[in-house]
Design a binder for this molecule. Sequence first.
Ligand code: ACO
Ligand code: ZN
Length: 225
Amino acid sequence: KRSKDQMIIDAGQKHFGAVVCKSCGMIYTAASPEDEAQHIQHHERFLEGLRYVGWKKERVVAEFWDGKIVLILPDDPKYAVKKAEDVREIVDNELGFKQVTLNCPAKTKMYLFVSNEKMIVGCLVAESIKQAFRVLSEPGAAQSPGQDALQHQRAWRCSAKPEPAICGVSRVWVFSLMRRKGIARRMVDVVRSTFMYGCYLSTDEIAFSDPTPDGKLFATKYCQT
Ligand code: ACO
Ligand code: ZN
């Protein structure tokens, strides 16, 4: 499952001297050579994969004081699509998805949040869908994020009745050191205004697929407001 990160966090609680790398965000035990080796490997791969060089014809769909959102479509030049795939691989790895292929690559839109420091700090994969199954909220689940049992649970109860939807968000990810700055919120806002030409999608028309606990907290909050 979310093995790597989780294991390291657990290890950090058992041993003193757990540190967070200020560049790549990995938590590891500096005293453990094994951990340190793993960190060096992660560090380089991560920063290289998320480095954004940019290209002339990039599609900037939003600009902010702290960065911009770039949209990559399946028919874009190879280098752009390649970058999108590299980022998706890093994100999948963090989310614990193993070699998941996209349902339909031709219908996939990839939104990248690029910081002023030219690092990709947010990523959202959106696909066209026709229907979705609503996640049924367990009593009190979303309101009490402190409950550990719920935090580790991944299989949410879903309704059996399909409801019409237009846009499926199969992945939304924000770099660990940049969370709670409204990056995911701004990416979803931009998806709503750009996913379908000439339409502003309502929150009912967007579905988050198989959300993680973080994803569920975010989606619940986002859809209420
Ligand atoms: N706990 C509680 N509330 C949260 C959390 C959280 N972890 N994350 C977001 N929220 C709520 C808050 O109310 C927040 O507003 P506030 O900060 O003013 O209180 C609101 O959602 C908006 O949050 P953002 O700042 O826009 O969210 P962020 O940029 O931090 O990204 C995300 C959220 C993408 C879930 C991030 O935590 C992340 O990348 N997590 C790891 C990857 C992951 O689990 N992604 C979801 C997978 S599910 C899927 O892809 C469909
Ligand atoms: Zn690092």
